[in-house]
Every structure is written in C-alpha cells, then in structure tokens.
Design a protein around this ligand. Structure first.
Ligand code: AMP
Length: 284
C-alpha cells in the first residue's frame, strides 16, 4: 500500500491503475464498519483507494472538528491489512488552499433529519465528495447505510451531475450489543456507552411491530421509537422520524413505499445517529 498526500501524486499513481477502481472516502479513525467497505471494494475492484480526510467544511462552528479522533499510522495499518492499494491522506491546505467559494447543494434532501440540526453539513459533505470524486475518478464509490441521509444525498448528486461513478450502499456494522459502530463512540463514558444500546433496541422493536403488522402508520412507529429511547435516562432526542427513502418525504402508511426510521440522540456531549430501512410491500 502507498500513502499519498498530494492531489498530483494520487492522480499520477492512478493514471496507470487497473480498473475498476473502488474508492472509500472516510474521515479516518477506522473501525470494523469502514473495514467492511474496504473489504467489499477489494472483492469487487482491481484497485482500492481509501481517503482519510477530516473535512472542516462539514463541521459546524460548535462541533468537534478540532477534537475529532485522528491517528493516521493506525489507519494506514488497518487499511493495508484490509487490502487497500492507495491511502490518500491530504492535509487541509492541500484540498482547500484557500477558503472555497463554491458549494455543492442538494436541495430538499438536506434540510431535514441531520440537515435541520446541522445547517450546512450536507453542503460540506457533497462538496468534498465531489472534489474527491474528481481527484480519484473511481468507477465505484462505497458508502455506509449507517449514514443513510448522506448516502441519499451523494446518490442524488451523482445522478443530477451525471458523475461517471456507481454508488454502492453497504450495510451498517454493529457491536455485539447492537450499537452501530462509529468513530464517535470513543467519546462515550461507560454509562453512556451502555445506555446508547437503546437506539438499536428501539429500532429493532419498531421493526418487529411493523413486520407483524401491529404497527402500520409512520407516526405510530416514530412514537414507539421515541418512547423506547426515553427509557434511557441520559438520552436526549434530537429527532426520530419515519420518512420515505431515499426521497425523505413525509409518509402515512409504512407499507406504501420503502421508508427509513432515522434517529439522532445525544448522550452527554456525544450525538449518535442510527436508522433502519423498511422495504415497501412490493419487496417484503
Ligand atoms: P466516516 O469516517 O464517519 O465519514 O465514514 C466513512 C464511511 O464509512 C461512510 O460511508 C460511513 O457511512 C461508513 N460507515 C461508518 N460507520 C459505519 C458502520 N458502522 N457500518 C458501515 N459503514 C459505516
């Protein structure tokens, strides 16, 4: 594996690379969730590129950009073990030599769920992913369903802008007690870590009720998830919503279309997200 820090260097390295090229954009602090994306790309592509870049554009002024966990040596070791060919790890100045005046905005999809409490976040994500796709020019780009709204935004951006890349959705990897893996889980105190399992329990309980037909309406499902999360005393709900997926529109009956039950919850200073996608009746 080669670690490359410049745009010119990665373009040069990939100009003679075997295709298809698979690409996994990350913010580093790699865990088994990221590794599952890399391993999938390894199975499907001749060349695998991982980027590690903590993107300042997608952090709000009061968010954890300065404290976001960074450990490039460990990330390099883990990426190499998972079969990465090139690790692209540019400094902030390499991607943003000057404050950018251009933003990519995917309207509609980005003003709800995480977009409502993190204004500008998805513009920052869409902008940096667009830049990275232009730098790496992959055939396939891998994104986790853990960040399902991000995936919907990127999918829509690539369609709207005719970017010549296939977006590959990958399932959420979880700890053995159900907590979705996240680089932010390291912030949790032992007590918060224990209580954070309520997210998966709430989503699983609602899934069960929907599958058995005891719940059929989106508002009932959201209410059950809210009530279950509230049983954890330290959980502070940012949102719980059941919307169509990937369009993220309000829905009434769950079985009329594919929907997402999505939640963001704070435990102390740490904001965690999780979701589950329920297929419409055609697929069930
Ligand atoms: P991040 O480093 O948080 O920007 O994540 C990089 C990629 O890894 C994104 O596509 C995420 O959706 C994906 N990812 C993060 N956590 C998980 C997980 N638990 N399971 C699967 N994919 C994940």
């Amino acid at each position: 594996m080669r670690v490359v820090k410049t745009i010119e260097g990665i373009r040069e390295a990939l100009s003679s690379a075997q295709r298809p090229v698979g690409f996994i954009p990350t913010m580093g602090s790699l865990h088994a969730g990221h590794i599952s994306l890399i391993e999938r790309a390894r199975r499907e592509c001749a060349t695998v590129v991982v980027s590690v870049f903590v993107n300042p554009l997608q952090f709000g002024p009061t968010e954890d950009f300065d404290h976001y966990p960074r450990d490039l040596d460990t990330d390099a070791r883990k990426s190499e073990e998972a079969g990465t060919d090139f690790l692209f790890a540019p400094a902030t100045k390499e991607l943003y030599p000057a404050p950018p005046r251009t933003r990519v905005t995917v309207s509609g999809l980005t003003d709800r769920l995480c977009g409502a409490s993190r204004p500008g976040h998805f513009d920052g994500v869409a902008t940096v992913v667009n830049k990275l796709l232009h730098i790496v020019s992959p055939d396939r780009v891998y994104f986790g369903l853990k960040d399902a709204q991000q995936l919907a935004v990127i999918q829509r951006m690539t369609e709207d802008l005719n970017l010549p890349v296939r977006v590959v959705p990958c399932p959420t990897l979880r700890e053995s007690d159900g907590l979705a893996m996240s680089s932010r889980n390291v912030y949790l105190s032992p007590e918060e870590r224990e209580q954070a399992t309520v997210l998966n329990r709430a989503l699983s309980l609602a899934t069960e009720q929907v599958k058995t037909g005891r719940i059929s309406r989106a508002d009932e499902a959201a209410q059950l998830i809210r009530e279950t999360i509230r049983t954890a005393p330290q959980a502070e709900i940012d949102y719980v919503e059941v919307l169509s997926y990937p369009d993220l529109e309000r829905v009434h009956e769950i079985r009329d279309q594919q929907v997402i039950a999505a939640t963001a919850v704070r435990f102390g200073n740490t904001r965690l997200i999780d979701n589950v996608i329920w297929p419409g009746k055609e697929d069930s």
